[in-house]
Design a protein around this ligand. Structure first.
Ligand SMILES: Cc1cc2nc3c(=O)[nH]c(=O)nc-3n(C[C@H](O)[C@H](O)[C@H](O)COP(=O)(O)OP(=O)(O)OC[C@H]3O[C@@H](n4cnc5c(N)ncnc54)[C@H](O)[C@@H]3O)c2cc1C
Length: 619
């Protein structure tokens, strides 16, 4: 065992270099003492280690599913608080639902958002690292405003109301780093899947790329052929026949059985596939073709470009966590003070203690998983909804005249067991896509510079990519500019189990995320970074300063495809049946739109609010 790679020396995600745990505790305490404002104690973005849906945030979910709270767990006599609207889930959808409600009915409406995490934003989270007097920001989840679907009027309007001008994205994106240091994309080939460990710099579509890859000659020839001009592997079929066939086979089957590449060559594709984090064995070949993946250019297909994201793209340095802040600024100005827009929000302060003040109309209550919601009376005649939740280890309950579930749709049958059986089955149909976004603060990035890479894809390894923070400069925040400076490295993993059907792969990955300890993630990260970067002088023991492993077992909303899902008329799709209103309770969240995008989360919020307006005779 190499101690420099394998030793464990992190405390709450921060490296402890010398004297063990007690010194580490001292270090952590003095850091808190020096920074009473926005320290990790009262400022969740600075909490490191295992983040995302960290263990405490989801610890009630099994009990909820097992029916522990099926009988409403709090007596009516104990219900004191009342709201016009209670929203379950403080992600993009829940925050937008509050905004749309207030736009329609005014600021006197009493609204409460309950969320199980210690921070608002749902998947849209930021990690902040403090190191030597400087703050480094990382994207903890939802990366940006980007979508293959057109933004609706409501979603566009919201972007505008939040003071974001998506056309200005290019102004902030920093390309200097790559140009100045001649950094390019690289691919690391690991010896478990290829002939040896080797980093190859450059574009796989360039002529000499595969000459450098450690491959068997037959696999090399196949990959060069597939990335070049292909013959028509389906000659003799009409375009319609080709498309029908491609829709029902995986990209892997296409490569193996139609394009006839050798099984050894498939390793090159295992880390990538189509939308929704699908892999080579779960991506329909037709989707791969539409996505422009290699192997199809000889088929003569005239495919629509279905995945054009270019029209509506905007990235903050912390991803959409800044968008969540803008929403909270509009909802609770005391918590995110000042007039905030795209120019200022990245450096805004957040007073988490102002999110849930007594005698205010708009509150966000964090660390409060909802365990049960119930219409009071039959769904047809209910005049209010009871909501039970955990907070500080205690069961509590409150009452809303209306309720929006902007949480995970698969949990709704257990939160609201009164819904009809066919709706429960529809809500149970999808399997959310698990993901990990890990941010690693490293002391310097001279190893990347020496190797000539800004990002490395690592097909076959646990993390499928690692990339330097792009150095976005916005609202007074500046990314890193020289290799001697610390920088955040962003690593992405998509845990699943190749070979199983797609939904089972997602479930497997979620389970793995829920049962893997931080120490094991840490070790994987150290080993992977060391294997890829040590030829450039990277030393994990010396160079890793701090880690935030954002695990998202309940990640992307599930989307349908032609391989894993039957053809269904749009109105019979499970997400449409699943999101039906039940009495005074409506259903939002991107799950309800079967699309893992922020604009979808907002559109579903808008629909859920409208449904309640109609119910209340307000439109
Ligand atoms: C790693 C990652 C990267 C992504 N990148 C992008 C991107 O670049 N662009 C994009 O458009 N989309 C991206 N997405 C998709 C993202 O899911 C949506 O854009 C959007 O943020 C979803 O918002 P939401 O409110 O629908 O769901 P969520 O963000 O999941 O919010 C739902 C909230 O409800 C909470 N909740 C669940 N159950 C309960 C309960 N019982 N009680 C209380 N609270 C509960 C959840 O914990 C969560 O906080 C990404 C997703 C992930 C995971």
């Amino acid at each position: 065992m190499d101690r420099r790679i394998d030793r464990r020396d992190f405390l709450n995600g921060v490296a402890v270099t010398v004297a063990g745990v007690s010194a580490a505790l001292g270090l952590a305490q003095s850091a808190v003492a020096q920074e009473p404002v926005n320290s990790a104690a009262n400022y969740p973005p600075r909490r490191l280690g295992l983040r995302g849906s960290f263990p405490e945030s989801v610890s009630e979910f099994d009990s909820i599913r097992q029916g522990k709270y099926a009988t409403f767990p709090v007596a009516d006599s104990e219900i004191q608080e009342e709201y016009d609207l209670v929203i379950v889930g403080g992600g993009m959808s829940g925050l937008a639902a509050a905004h749309f409600w207030r736009n329609g009915l005014g600021q006197n409406q009493r609204i409460l958002i309950l969320d199980n995490h210690d921070d608002f934003g749902g998947h849209a989270k930021r990690n902040e690292f403090q190191h030597q007097g400087r703050t480094y920001i990382g994207v903890g989840g939802t990366l940006g405003i980007a979508t293959p679907f057109p933004y609706s009027y409501a979603a566009k309007q919201l972007v505008k109301e939040l003071g974001v001008d998506v056309t200005r994205n290019a102004e902030f994106a920093n390309r200097d780093l790559e140009a100045k240091y001649d950094l390019r994309a690289g691919t690391f080939f690991d010896k478990e899947h290829f002939l040896e460990d080797r980093l190859v710099v450059g574009n796989p579509r360039s002529a000499d790329f595969f000459q450098k890859v450690p491959l068997q000659e037959s696999a090399r020839k196949d990959l060069i052929r597939i990335h070049g001009k292909n013959p028509d592997y389906m000659a003799g079929m009409t375009n319609a026949e080709k498309e029908a066939k491609l829709a029902k086979m995986s990209y892997q089957d296409y490569l193996l059985h139609v394009a006839k590449v050798s099984p050894d060559a498939i390793a090159f594709f295992i880390g990538n596939g189509g939308r929704n984090n699908k892999r080579v064995d779960t991506t329909p070949a037709l989707e791969a073709a539409e996505h422009g993946l290699p192997g199809f250019n000889g088929l003569g297909l005239t495919l629509e470009e279905k995945f054009n994201e270019g029209s509506y793209v905007f990235h903050f340095p912390d991803g959409n966590a800044s968008v969540a802040r803008l929403l909270v600024n509009r909802l609770i100005p005391a918590a995110v003070p000042g007039k905030q827009d795209m120019n200022t929000v990245v450096q805004s302060t957040v007073a988490y203690d102002k999110l849930d003040l007594p005698n205010t109309n708009m509150c966000i209550r964090l660390s409060s998983p909802v365990v049960r919601v119930q219409n009071e009376g039959s769904p047809e005649n209910a005049k209010s909804v009871k909501v039970a939740y955990m907070n500080g280890g205690k069961l509590k309950a409150l009452r809303g005249r209306n309720c929006i579930l902007a949480c995970y749709n698969a949990l709704i049958p257990s939160l609201l067991p009164e819904i009809p059986q066919h709706q429960k089955e529809a809500l149970a149909y999808p399997a959310k896509v698990p993901l990990i976004y890990t941010n690693v603060l490293i002391r310097r990035w001279t190893a990347f510079q020496k190797l000539g890479v800004a990002r490395v894809s690592t097909p076959g390894m646990y993390y499928s990519s690692m990339s330097l923070d792009p150095g976005t400069a916005m609202g007074g925040y500046h990314g890193v500019t020289t290799p001697e400076e610390p920088i955040v490295v962003h690593m992405v993993a998509n845990p699943n189990k190749p070979g199983l059907p797609r939904k089972d792969q997602n479930r497997f990955g979620a389970h793995e995320l829920l049962t893997t300890k931080f120490e094991d993630f840490e070790l994987t990260i150290r080993r992977q970074m060391s294997r890829v970067l040590s030829p450039g002088g990277f030393d994990p023991a010396e160079d890793i300063v701090a880690l935030a492993v954002n695990r998202w077992p309940y990640g992307y909303a599930y989307t349908y495809d032609t391989l894993a899902d039957p053809d269904m008329p749009p109105e019979q799709r499970p997400h449409v049946i699943g999101r039906q209103r039940c009495g005074r309770i409506t259903i939002a969240n991107s799950d309800a739109g079967a699309a893992a995008f922020t604009n979808q989360a907002w559109d579903e919020a808008n629909r859920a609010v409208e449904e309640l307006f109609v119910l209340n005779g307000l439109t």
